[in-house]
Every structure is written in C-alpha cells, then in structure tokens.
Write a protein that binds this ligand. Structure first.
Ligand code: ATP
Length: 774
C-alpha cells in the first residue's frame, strides 16, 4: 500500500469511528425513549378500563362511553406503532454499527463549488444535529450514481429533473464490526475486487443482499418505475432473483408512504426457495413481501375437494414414464392446456352457458333432495338474461339461502328432531338452557318453559344439521364445477379451430382423471379460471406489485390468469428461457416466448453477464445451449468441470469419495443432483449409512449446510459450492437439454459429472477442452 493509500485509509477509519460514535449515541437515546414508550404501552394496557368512563344509563352516556373507549384504543395503538417503529430503527442502527457503509462517491454538481462526499449504506443516517447526511440510503436518488457511473461525467434523476456533474472519486469498503477490512478505489465497473471477494466466498443456504455490488444493468431493473410489465430475461446466475429482491426493497423505500410489504407478492418456484430468499429483505431493514408458489395458490382456490397434482409430480411423470401408453397424449394435453387457444375455448364455452347448459348440484338433506338441480337451473335461467352469469349466481345464492331457512322451519317439527334431542349431550342442554336465560325467555309458568326449551332445542338441532348446507350454498358449491369442466371436453369437438389432433384422446384422459377428483397440474389453472368466470371472483386489489420468479415456467394461460387476478398490479417477471425445464419437456409455450413484447406497457431487459459460477463452469454450461456464446462470465477463475466414467455398481461409492474430497477442500454446501426423485431417494438411502446427508424433497422448506441430495427440478433458483451430477448419461433427450443446463449452472466453484455410459449425448456440442475427463 502506498503512503497516500495508507493516509486515505487512516482518514476513512477515523470517519468510521466518528460515525459509529454517532450511531452509539443514537442507539442510547432511542433505547431510553423506547423504554418510556414500552412502559406507556404496558401501563395503558393495564389500566385500559380504569381510564375509560363507562356509563350505560342514558343513550348520551352510551355514546360518551363509546367515544372514551375509542380514544383510549387510539392512544394505545399510537403508542404501539411508535414502539414498533422505534424497535425497527434500533435494529437498523445495530446493523449500521456493524457495517455503516459500503461505498463513497465524491460528486461535484454542475454550478456548485463544493464537492459532496456521499457515503452509501443500507439506511440513511443524519449527524447529531440532524443537519447533514452521514450515510445515504442506497436507494436515495443520488446513490444511483454509485451504481451507474465510474469517475467522470455522471448524472442522476430526481423527481424534479436531472442533476449533472462530475464524479471525482468512487470508493468501496468492506467494513465489519466498525473496522475497515478492505478499501478499493474503483474505475470502470463496481469493483471487480469487491465482487471477486464476495463471489469467491462459500455458498450460503440463504441468499444474501447484493446492495454493495449491484451492477449497472441490474440497477436499471431495480429502479425501473415506468413499465407496467417488466420482463427480465437473464442467464443463469445473472442476478435476476437478487435484482428482484433489491427491487422490492427499492419500491418499499420509494413509495414508503403508500406501499408496504403486504402490497407486494412474489410467486416463487418451490417452498424451499421461499426460505432461501427470506433473509434478504430483513437484512436490508425491510419486511418480507407475501410469498407463495403458484401451485399453493391454485390448491387453496380449489379447496380440499380436489387433489391437485403439483408441478414436480408432473415433471416426474415426464422424466420417468416415457414408455407409458398415455405419455404422448398427456404431453399433447399439457402443451394445449398451456395455450391461450384453450383459454379462448373456455371463454367461448362460458358465453354459451349464459343461455343454457349450466350444471348444478341437488341440495339434499338427510337423504332427501330439498332443492333439485333442475329447480336451481330453472331459477337461474328464469332470471334476466342480460345479467352476467356471476350476478345471476349471486341471486340464486340468495334465493337458496331463503329456501334453506324455510326448510329449517319445516324440519323443526319432524320426528327425527325429537329423537335427536333425546340423545343430546348434557352440554347441549346446558347451552339451550343458557340461551333461554339470556333471552329472558323463562316465564313463571314451568309448562311454557318446557315448551320453549323444546322449541329452542329443536331449532338448535336442525340448524346444526343444516350448517354444512348453508356453507355449501354460501361458497357456491351448488354449481357442479367438475361436471362443467368435463362437459367442455365432452361437447367440444373437432373441427373447432385450434383443437389439437389428439383432442379425443386428451378429452378422454382428462375425463378419467377429473372424474376421480384428481386434477393434473395442467388442468388446475383452467379449472380455477372456469370457476372464476362462473363465480365472478373479485380481483385482488391490495396487491400492487407482483413478482414472478422463474417466469419461464409459467404458461401463457397461467400468465393471463394472473393478470386477471391482479389487474391493478405492476409486474416484474424474471426468467431464463434456457431454464424452461417444464416447457422444454413438452415443447409447450412459456409466457417468456409468447408475450406480446411490442405492447408498450411491456419493457424487456436482458442480462447476459453471469456471476454465480466460475468462468470455467460458465463456459462449459453455456456451450450446452443455443445462443450460449452470448453469456458472459464474470472473471472468476476455477477448475474446469470434470467427468468420470464409472460402472453403475461403483457409482454410489465414487460419489461418496468425491463428497469426502470436496469436504476436505473446504466446500460447505455440496449437492448431489439426481435426475429424478427415485434416484435421489435411492442414493440418499445408501449415502446416509456412510455420512451425514440431507434429502431434499418437494415439501422441504429449508436446506442446511453440508451434503444435500436433490432431484434436478428442485434445484432451481438455488446454488451450491460444489455440484456432483449423479449420472449425466441419463440426460439423453433433446427435451432435457434445458434441465441439464439448469443443473450444471447450480455450481459456484466446482462441477463434477459422473457418467455410467459414455457421457450425456447432449454434451456432444461442448468442446472437449471445456472439461477434464478424470
Ligand atoms: N451484483 C452482484 N453482486 C454480488 N453478487 C451477485 C450480483 N449479482 C448476482 N450475484 C450473485 O450471483 C448468484 C446468482 O444470483 P441470482 O440467484 O440472483 O441469479 P439468477 O439469475 O436468479 O439465477 P438462476 O436463474 O440461475 O436462478 C448469487 O449468489 C448472487 O448473490
């Protein structure tokens, strides 16, 4: 280090110490105030009723009492809110104390004489007098200079316009526990050195925030405010998920007065991924957005009456059952049901149902039909035709509820009721008795009292028995959704435009499944969509931003459905066409290939630079796919991927040896990626006898450091220090190329492939010097 550099480092360390002192002071003050607020909260809760004037004598008194309670409740909730806010600030200050900032820029604004020194951290911090910024939040407008420019001319936007000037210095820090561990003055991009440092580390079981090293093209995505639909097509490891999460944090900051974490929703690929990304936002001092897998959403919508297949079982089918008789039909079905053509067919079908053909269910009670499906249908089609189907369904619902109430009255005097009363539990009697007392229904006449009690008990018994019927009507279960969906297949015949050649077989296969209440994954979205068209589901207006990760796995139909559900939402879709493993297996369209990008509401960004893997692994994996030459590795060197040929009988032992070797070399997360669940399970059973190992299955919600055995399609979105491919010979078909690419790109530092045959035929296009055979 030169003398100048040492002097600069010393000066910066002094500044860090000064800033930390300010933070300490702020923490102290805040702790004092938090203590006061906390005691306020406890005190108000304890004395709530003592401080309220309760008087119910006159109407005026009641109003006064209500006002007094309201005032007290408001005071309490204001104090509670303040407490939560202070607590959050304390946590942020603790984080700042540990590492106050990661960057500095010196900026001379045009027309100004004095250079601004801007230090960037995860949150802003003012000096003791609250006059000057000691730290700027990384999301502040001026902070974008750091991500977008290197020293020289620079500009940034503020709501009122553009500020121009010259950046005279750009510096990066790694500060831990108030100590500067490293400091770099950077040139062209955001510190190669800093990135080298970050990316060279071991993989973590939880994703980390990247605010210190966001790249310019990622920053553009993070701060985009223009587009209604923002699509990011990015190579594996290019930071799509990272950009998405920092974008959530940015939006929460930018629109902090109107937007909170509950207004943002992320659709993620699997439950494991949910937990993998769950620490990023809290690390940045923000709350997590809502998260769900699309399948969870569909399952919840269809309810327990249906057994909805998950996408992973669908994938297992595609990977394992090729020889089966039904295979081709199913592939065709998946392909067709993914398309907008199928959605149009459903739309057309529903428009016809407006005039005739809706199917209802009988409402039965104790084995007798009390309102038949025919009566419901007659009532429905007797209503004004110009009303929409959902509006008419609502009217039918109201009518049915009235009819049920009438039926309750009728039933009360039936003999079964009396019989059931005899068998009532003691508690039920007590309850009836209590109710009578409450209602002051007891008179002095014991005979009347007995009569009343009997009546009340009868009402209780009947109402209890009718409860499920009321619930069915309220949740519109009187519509026979299953039969309606099946009718679509029975009645739609060729030659309807756009129907696939295999339509009769597809129809039969669908009927067979759905009749048994098994909903194949490809039918789940169409079924919920049909349900929505009939029931008129209200769109979700609370959600303002939707993020769809692994967007290549969504079909055009699913995307149209999501858009309909969240009409007021902006969308950020992140995907990689080369990792479209589901559509790759069937040749169906994905939303990424099919979206009308000429639409002016849609803006597309392409990320070609990739950060996860070493240059060698990127070169190898990119050679597997078409257009892979456009993928640009971040310059981090490592060993070439390796390939070993082994006998099937020796495979598991060889894998064990590799694992041991990688452990010795210090890798902390090692994954053995198998093609299917079956392979994973079998390998796991053997390995677990020899070493501590975890099996990742589709329900797994978090994974641990160490050794993990995982089926290919579950490894999406996550990464490991070292990846061992169970048997690359098994990736044979062209339709599995994307899957093969996806698994190879999970490796950060090491990729080793075993082959029980020669090697995967999909590797034929990879230059021999991109990997070593050992
Ligand atoms: N600007 C950055 N600074 C530091 N690390 C980065 C940056 N961008 C990406 N990374 C790292 O690269 C790895 C891959 O990032 P991420 O998972 O966000 O990529 P992705 O495009 O979603 O990948 P995939 O499509 O393969 O799931 C992560 O370890 C992430 O921390």
């Amino acid at each position: 280090m030169s003398e100048r550099e040492s002097a600069a480092l010393l000066k910066e360390q002094e500044r860090v110490s000064t800033v930390v002192k300010v933070i300490d002071q702020k923490i102290k003050n805040l702790q004092k105030n938090t203590g006061t607020v906390r005691s306020d909260v406890i005190e108000i809760r304890k004395n709530f009723w003592e401080d309220v004037t309760v008087n119910m004598d006159e109407p005026d008194d009641i109003i006064e009492t209500a006002a007094s309670i309201k005032q007290q409740a408001e005071l309490l909730s204001e104090r509670e809110r303040t407490h939560i806010h202070m607590d959050k600030n304390l946590k942020t200050l603790a984080r700042l104390k540990y590492s106050p900032y990661f960057g500095r820029i010196d900026f001379l604004e045009e027309g100004e004489k004095q250079i601004d020194h801007v230090y960037l951290g995860i949150a802003s911090l003012m000096d003791e007098n609250d006059e000057n910024f000691l730290i700027y939040d990384w999301r502040a407008p001026i902070s974008s200079l750091y991500y977008d420019y290197s020293p020289g001319y620079a500009q940034y936007n503020i709501p009122e316009g553009t500020i121009e000037g010259e950046m005279t210095l750009k510096r990066q820090f790694i500060i831990r526990e108030s100590d500067i561990k490293a400091m770099f003055d950077t040139g062209v991009t955001i510190g190669d050195e800093m990135l080298q440092e970050v990316l060279g580390n071991n993989a973590s079981t939880q994703m980390k925030s990247i605010v210190a090293t966001i790249q310019r093209e990622q920053n553009e995505i993070i701060r985009n405010e223009r587009s209604k639909i923002l699509i990011v097509q990015g190579a594996a490891g290019s930071g799509k998920t990272s950009a998405a999460l920092q974008r959530v944090a940015y939006l929460l900051y930018r629109y902090r007065d109107t937007l909170n974490a509950e207004n943002i929703m992320l659709f993620s690929p699997n439950p494991l991924f949910n937990s993998y990304v769950s620490t990023v936002l809290p690390e940045l001092g923000e709350e997590n957005m809502q998260q769900s897998t699309f399948q969870e959403y569909l399952t919840e919508r269809l309810g327990i009456a249906y057994d909805v297949e998950d996408p992973f079982s669908q994938m297992e089918f595609l990977l394992s059952e090729e020889g089966e008789e039904t295979y081709q039909t199913r592939v065709e079905a998946i392909r067709f049901k993914a398309s907008i053509e199928f959605k149009n067919i459903i739309d057309h079908y529903v428009s016809k149902l407006s005039n005739q053909g809706l199917i209802f269910r009988d409402l039965s009670f104790r084995g007798h039909i009390i309102i038949s499906k025919k009566e419901i249908s007659d009532y429905f089609y007797g209503l004004e035709k110009s009303y929409s189907i959902p509006n008419r369904i609502q009217l039918v619902k109201e009518w049915l509820l009235k009819e049920l109430k009438r039926a309750v009255k009728r039933e009360r005097s039936r003999s079964w009721v009396e019989e059931e009363i005899q068998f009532l539990e003691k508690e039920d009697y007590m309850e009836a008795f209590k109710k009578l007392q409450e209602k002051n229904h007891f008179s002095d006449n014991t005979f009347d009292d007995f009569e009343r009690e009997q009546r009340l008990l009868a009402e209780m018994v009947v109402k209890e028995r009718f409860k499920p019927l009321f619930a069915r009507v309220k949740s519109l279960k009187f519509i026979d959704l299953t039969q309606l969906y099946l009718k679509l297949f029975k009645e739609t015949e060729q030659p309807v435009n756009g129907l696939p050649t295999y339509w009769p077989e597809i129809s039969q296969q669908t009927i067979d499944h759905i009749q048994h209440r098994l909903v194949p994954y490809e039918d789940a979205t169409p079924l919920v969509y049909l349900q929505d068209l009939l029931e008129g589901r209200k769109s979700n207006t609370a959600i303002r931003h939707i993020f769809i990760d692994e967007a290549q796995d969504y079909t055009p139909f699913q995307f149209a459905f999501i858009q309909r559900l969240f009409p007021y939402s902006k969308m950020t879709m992140l995907g990689d066409f080369n990792q479209a493993i589901f559509s790759g297996a069937t040749g169906s369209q994905t939303v990424l290939t099919d979206l009308d990008i000429s639409n002016e509401e849609v803006e597309t960004f392409v990320l070609t630079k990739t950060y996860r893997s070493t240059t060698e692994i990127v070169e190898f994996s990119s050679a597997l796919i078409k257009g892979g030459e456009k993928i640009e590795p971040f310059n981090r060197r490592g060993k070439k991927p390796t390939l070993s040929h082994v006998d099937q009988t020796q495979l598991n032992g060889a894998i064990l040896d590799s694992i041991k070797q990688y452990k010795l070399e210090g890798y902390q997360t090692i994954a053995v990626i198998c093609r299917t669940e079956e392979e994973s399970k079998a390998l796991f059973e053997e390995l677990k006898e020899a070493i501590p190992v975890h099996l990742i299955e589709k329900g797994t919600i978090s994974y641990e450091k160490g050794i993990n055995v995982i089926p290919s399609y579950l490894a999406k979105g996550i990464e490991f220090d070292a990846v061992i491919l169970y048997d690359c010979t098994r990736y044979e078909k062209e339709s599995e190329r994307k899957l093969f690419y996806t698994v190879c790109t999970r490796a950060m530092h090491v990729l080793h492939m075993f082959a029980t045959g020669e090697y995967s035929p999909l590797m034929a296009c990879v230059p021999k010097d991109f990997y070593d055979v050992i």
